[in-house]
Design a protein around this ligand. Structure first.
Ligand code: SF4
Ligand code: SF4
Length: 74
C-alpha cells in the first residue's frame, strides 16, 4: 500500500523528496492551511519502501497508508 503525506501536517521540509528512491514525491503549487508548501506522493509509483516515513522530522506528516482523504494533490 502506498504511503501518504498528510497535507495539513507537512511542513515542507523536503527531507523526504531526495530520499525517495523512485522520485515519486512532488511539491504542490499550493500552500496548506499553515501557510507551508506541502508535498504529495504519487500513489501509482510509490513502492512502499517507507524511507519517507523514516526521514521525515515532522510527527504524523507521513503515514503508511493510501489516504487520498488526507493527502491533497498538486
Ligand atoms: S512529508 Fe515530512 S519530510 Fe516530506 S516535505 Fe513534508 S514535512 Fe518535509
Ligand atoms: S514509501 Fe518509499 S517510494 Fe513511497 S513515497 Fe515514500 S520513499 Fe517514496
Amino acid at each position: 500500500m502506498p504511503h501518504s503525506i498528510v497535507s495539513e501536517i507537512c511542513e515542507g521540509v523536503t527531507a523526504c523528496v531526495g530520499a525517495c528512491p523512485v522520485g515519486c514525491i512532488s511539491s504542490s503549487e499550493k500552500k496548506n492551511n499553515k501557510g507551508n508548501d506541502y508535498y504529495w506522493i504519487n500513489f501509482e509509483t510509490c513502492i512502499d519502501c517507507g524511507i519517507c516515513l523514516q526521514v521525515c522530522p515532522v510527527e504524523g506528516a507521513v503515514i503508511a497508508e493510501e489516504r487520498s482523504d488526507l493527502q491533497k494533490g498538486p
